[in-house]
Design a protein around this ligand. Structure first.
Ligand code: ASP
Ligand code: MG
Length: 412
């Protein structure tokens, strides 16, 4: 018998249909029988959220964000109630709640609200009376009493925030993969499941395209030092523990490689090479909510230079328009855009103390005749932009070059 307070989050793939909801209930029961207090956070069933978004678009291409939140928050309400019923069927006392009912208070930014605080009184009371508490993830109530959602993938954030507020002993994230891998196993079949990963590595991986967990959720887990257990809801295998420091004596230099094909490149030609120009271009983009990732500026010839940068593909059209406007007002030459790019990123905290990672990465790509178009580095990552058609090959080549399918990648 243990009496732990466990927060378990189940993603949409663990709740796609009645069968899966029943299986999920069975798993929850196993933990509850051990004497633990359980708070379950659910996503919407399967692709419900996408379906709701497309319904909205069929009526109005530019729907009011308040109404979008009213609509898409319903997905989680359905799955939470069904899961409670499945637990009742098994003879367990469970109760489902909306974000509002359990006091998840957010700011007023619809579709991407931030959690301000959680009033945990109601949850604590229910747990004390021996109930399994089920919370609809992804949603809250704003300071002006409107229903808000926390950004796509936001049930992860609900789970982590609840674990923080309730001072949970364990925060488990159940998904349809067995954990975090050294690369996407669908592209690199020999990729290894990682037993441990640091928060920083997970942040780099998830923000660079390895989409198992919502980046904001990992940020909050890091801030409050709440270890996360990412595992599959389809079996009992151990998943990946994401924590402050791994138990390894020496860190492998590269732990994982992410690939994203969701970015596009914009190039501004003949940009005047004088102070204040970059500030104007990028301020304009930032104030229009465009997230710029990599930036490369060439050496200037005759006082002008070329500047290239990447943006998420879904913001490309808007970013090009803004850049063209800046081009006219500043006196820049042409503006080009290119959607046929992919970005591969090597990530590992061991890079801090090991020189030569970049050189090894570039040589491996060169040997395979993959041209690098842009490079950026941080303390624990190196990213290269390549042609889109070379992206998957680049991932495989680098996975091999850094021997990531070997056991030593798991500290052995
Ligand atoms: N259902 C929401 C989404 O699909 C939230 C989540 O799954 O975490 O984005
Ligand atoms: Mg989801």
């Amino acid at each position: 018998m243990s009496n732990k307070l466990i927060v378990q989050k189940y993603g949409g793939s663990s709740l796609t249909n009645i069968e899966r909801i029943k299986n999920t209930a069975a798993r929850i029961v196993r933990y509850a029988k051990g004497g633990n207090r359980i708070v379950v956070v659910v996503s919407a069933m399967g692709d419900t959220t996408d379906e709701l978004v497309s319904l909205a678009k069929k009526i109005n291409l530019n729907p009011s964000e308040r109404e979008v939140d009213m609509l898409i928050s319903t997905g989680e309400q359905i799955s939470s109630a069904l899961l409670a019923m499945a637990l009742h069927k098994r003879g367990f006392d469970a109760i489902s709640f909306t974000g509002h009912q359990v006091g998840i208070i957010t700011d007023t930014y619809h579709t991407k609200a931030k959690i301000l605080r959680i009033e945990t009184k109601r949850i604590k009371k229910e747990l004390e009376s021996g109930r399994i508490v089920i919370v609809a993830g992804f949603q809250g109530i704003s300071t002006t009493s409107e229903i808000t959602t926390l950004g796509r993938g936001g049930s992860d954030l609900s789970a982590v925030a609840l674990a923080v507020s309730l001072k949970a002993d364990l925060c488990e994230i159940y998904t349809d993969v067995e954990g975090i891998y050294s690369a996407d196993p669908k592209i690199v079949p020999e990729a290894k499941k990682l037993a441990y990963l640091t928060f920083d590595e997970m942040l780099e991986l998830s923000s660079r395209g390895a989409g198992v967990m919502q980046t904001r959720a990992v940020e909050v887990a890091k801030k409050f030092n709440i270890p996360l257990y990412v595992r599959s809801s389809f079996n009992k295998k151990k998943g990946t523990v994401i924590m402050k420091k791994t138990p390894y004596i020496e860190e492998a230099v590269v732990r994982g490689i992410a690939l994203t094909e969701n970015e596009a490149k914009i190039t501004l030609c003949n940009v005047p090479d004088k102070p204040g120009i970059a500030a104007r271009i990028f301020n304009e983009l930032a104030s229009n909510d465009i997230n710029v990732d990599m930036i490369v500026q060439n050496v200037s010839h005759k006082r002008t230079t070329d500047v290239s940068f990447t943006v998420p593909k879904e913001t490309l059209l808007k970013a090009v328009k803004i850049s063209e406007r800046s081009a006219i007002s500043i006196g820049i030459g042409e503006v080009f855009s290119d959607e046929n790019i992919a970005k591969v990123s090597l990530v590992g905290v061991g890079m801090k103390s090991h020189p030569g990672v970049a050189a090894k990465c570039f040589s491996a790509l060169a040997k395979n005749k993959i041209n690098i178009e842009m490079i950026s580095t941080s303390e624990i990552s190196i990213s290269c932009v390549v042609r889109k058609e070379s992206g998957r090959k680049a991932l495989k080549v680098l996975h091999l070059a850094f021997e990531l399918s070997k056991e030593k990648n798991n500290g052995k």
